[in-house]
Each structure stands twice: as C-alpha cells, then as structure tokens.
Design a binder for this molecule. Sequence first.
Ligand SMILES: Cc1cc2nc3c(=O)[nH]c(=O)nc-3n(C[C@H](O)[C@H](O)[C@H](O)COP(=O)(O)OP(=O)(O)OC[C@H]3O[C@@H](n4cnc5c(N)ncnc54)[C@H](O)[C@@H]3O)c2cc1C
Length: 69
Amino acid sequence: MNIPKSGLPRVVIIGGGFGRVALAKKLQNKEVRVVLIDRHNYHTFQLLLYQVSTGGLEPDSIAYPLRKI
Ligand SMILES: Cc1cc2nc3c(=O)[nH]c(=O)nc-3n(C[C@H](O)[C@H](O)[C@H](O)COP(=O)(O)OP(=O)(O)OC[C@H]3O[C@@H](n4cnc5c(N)ncnc54)[C@H](O)[C@@H]3O)c2cc1C
C-alpha cells in the first residue's frame, strides 16, 4: 500500500461508516497517523437511501468522498 511513513503511531480504521468516521474525526489533532480503509472511497449517508430509491435525491447527494472528510 502507498502509505507514507511517519514516526507517529499508526491507527488503522476498517470501514468508513458513521462510527468509524466519527472516530477518525476525534483522532484528527492527536499524535497518531490515521489510515482509514473502506471497500468504497465514499461514505454513504444511509438514512436517506430511501430518497434515492424513490427518485427524490441523486445518489451523489448521499455519498461523500472519504478523503474529503
Ligand atoms: C435505509 C436506512 C435508514 C436508516 N435510518 C436510520 C435512522 O433514521 N436513525 C438511526 O439512528 N440509524 C439509521 N440507520 C442505521 C444507521 O445507518 C447505522 O446504524 C449506521 O450506519 C451504522 O454505522 P456503522 O459505522 O456501524 O456502519 P456503516 O455506516 O454501515 O459503515 C460500514 C462501513 O464499512 C465498510 N465495509 C463493510 N465491509 C467491509 C469490508 N469487508 N472491507 C472494507 N470495508 C467494508 C462499508 O463500505 C461501510 O462504509 C439506517 C440504516 C439504513 C440502511
């Protein structure tokens, strides 16, 4: 994997759902290097999935790039 080396302890978070994105944000200003791994490169706001399935929203309205978060 193309993960830059740093002298900081590495925290690997598997999954970019609600829980783990919240954890990554909490670690934002800590002395650790966070590596977030997900099978997708975006976070899905699942609560509004029904809006997409019924045509009320476009898919990209409820999916947000994990790198931007
Ligand atoms: C339609 C719908 C409506 C909902 N409405 C509500 C609501 O109104 N209120 C409420 O409190 N909750 C609601 N929920 C539940 C809420 O969305 C979940 O409880 C919450 O998303 C769980 O968060 P999580 O971080 O545990 O997992 P998720 O948010 O499910 O995230 C899991 C992440 O792990 C990744 N992942 C999974 N397997 C792998 C793998 N093998 N390798 C790499 N990555 C992997 C996934 O891609 C995903 O990004 C709803 C759920 C759905 C589906």
